[in-house]
Every structure is written in C-alpha cells, then in structure tokens.
Design a binder for this molecule. Structure first.
Ligand SMILES: [Zn+2]
Length: 274
C-alpha cells in the first residue's frame, strides 16, 4: 500500500512534467466523472496531501487516492503503458506527456474552490510545507482511549502514515501498537519519529528504509519480519492483526521485549479514515 512518501514523489514528478501545460487529452474511466472534459484547461499544479493526490486543472481539482494498488504513471505522449489498459481509471495528456492512473481507489473531480470540503478533514501533512506537530498531537490526544497503532493510521490525526511507518515508529519509540494514546509516555517523540522517517524517505523511490540499511531485507526493524530475531534484543518478532472494519484489519509487527504488551490495551473500535 502506498504511503505518504510515495504519493509525495508522484505529485512532484507529475507536477514537474505537466505544470503550466494545456490538457489535450482527457479520458476519465469512472462512471461518476466520465463526462468531465478538461481539454483546453491549464494544469496549475499537482500536489499531495497525505496520501491524496490533487491535480489543479483550470477551475477544477482532480482528486485521487491510490488505496491498495493504485499508481500514476508518466509516459511520453505515445509511450507504451506498463500496466494493462483495463486497469486504467484516468488518462490525461498534454502535448509532451501522458499520465495514466491505474487501479485508483478513488477518483473525483470538483471545483478547486471546494477542495477543503473534500480533504479538509485530513490532519497535518507529515510531508506538507504546513506540517504542524502541535496540531497533530492535539488531534491524537482528542481520543486518548484509542490504540496508538490505529491512531497513527487515522489520517484525520496526521496525514501520510501507512502500515510500514506505523509499525516502525512504534518499535523505534518502544511502544506496543495496542497501547492507549493516553498511556504513551512520550507522544511528542512518537510524532517526531514519524515526521523524521517520512522526511528521510521522501526522495527514495526504492524502499521505505527505517534502519539506515538499504540492503534488501535489512530496511526495516519489525515490519515483515515475523519470527526473525529483533535487531536489538534477538527476541523473535511477532505478527498480529487488529481492527474491525475492512479498512482497519491490518497486520502489525512488534518485538514483545522492546515493546511490552500493555496491561490494559487501548480501544480499537473507532474505524480509521483514509
Ligand atoms: Zn527487541
């Protein structure tokens, strides 16, 4: 699943290729927006907000979310697509480039003036110019009974964290993901870790690296390492699942020694929001 840094890089690359150009091809393949025609409109900018992508074109914003499998590709005008055409949900072209959104989890178009109505619920963006750690902390603390693992995934609190980052941030701060937010001893440190990890990985398209080691299989502390020894204490890493709704059932990984299971786990009933 793409995390905030992936979407940030997509936005930057698409923006570099298309900003200032006029749309010459517009083919949106989702019924609700199939009649939208943006040809003749100028691309103002393409930005990310958390895991959401916003393309400001003319007076409109094309809003997409990659969810599990989605991606935007940038091609020469008549370039060969690297994913099957049937999975294309959006094709936008200019005189110099074509971009194709494959398997998008969400695609909608609305007036740019109404952007806040659609994405205003998102918490501070870890990769945004307007990142605000205090606001993120206040939002996390507004539901003190929730588990920290779930609260970190909830994009209303802070935007950009997916499953890999939440597992790694919890390990790096010695917090078990089921700990209630109220019981996390140093919440600012957790938020600061998340911020620094996303910033570190912003430019890297290869893999999310949290250990500082880019060798394949060595990139993470706990994520994807069930049964393998903790890099700090050699205790086998544990994989577990949590959540009640489709959005929330996610695996997580932890070291039972470095991240002791809380005596009174937090409440994981509140669904997270993408
Ligand atoms: Zn350990």
């Amino acid at each position: 699943m793409p995390e905030g840094d992936t979407v940030w890089r997509s936005a930057r690359n698409l923006n570099r290729a298309l900003a200032g150009q006029v749309i010459t091809r517009c083919d949106l393949r989702v019924p609700s927006v199939a009649t939208v025609d943006l040809t003749g409109q100028t691309v103002h900018e393409i930005v990310s907000r958390g895991k959401h992508l916003l393309m400001r074109i003319g007076e409109s914003t094309v809003h997409s979310h990659l969810k599990m499998e989605g991606s935007w590709h940038l091609y020469p005008v008549d370039g060969r697509w690297r994913r099957p055409a049937y999975s294309a949900r959006a094709v936008l072209g200019t005189e110099s480039a074509t971009i194709v959104g494959f398997s998008l989890g969400k695609l909608e178009v609305f007036p740019t003036a109404e952007e806040e109505d659609h994405v205003g619920y998102l918490g501070p963006d870890l990769l945004g110019a307007d990142w605000d750690a205090d606001e993120a902390l206040a939002r996390l603390r507004s539901r003190p009974e929730r588990t920290i693992g779930q609260a970190l995934l909830d994009q209303r609190n802070l935007a950009g964290i997916g499953n890999i980052y939440r597992c790694e941030v919890c390990f790096l701060t010695g917090v078990h993901p089921l700990t209630a937010v109220a019981d996390v001893k140093d919440l600012p440190r957790v938020v600061d870790r998340a911020y620094r990890l996303l910033q570190l990985n912003r430019e890297s398209a290869v893999a999310i690296v949290t250990t500082g080691n880019t060798r394949r299989g060595e990139e993470n502390w706990v994520y994807g390492r069930a049964g393998r020894p903790c890099r700090r204490c050699r205790t086998p890493i544990v994989r577990a699942e949590v959540g009640n709704t489709e959005l929330d059932v996610r695996e997580y990984y932890f070291c039972p020694r470095c991240q002791p299971v809380p005596e009174h786990p937090g409440d994981a009933v509140v669904p997270a929001t993408d």
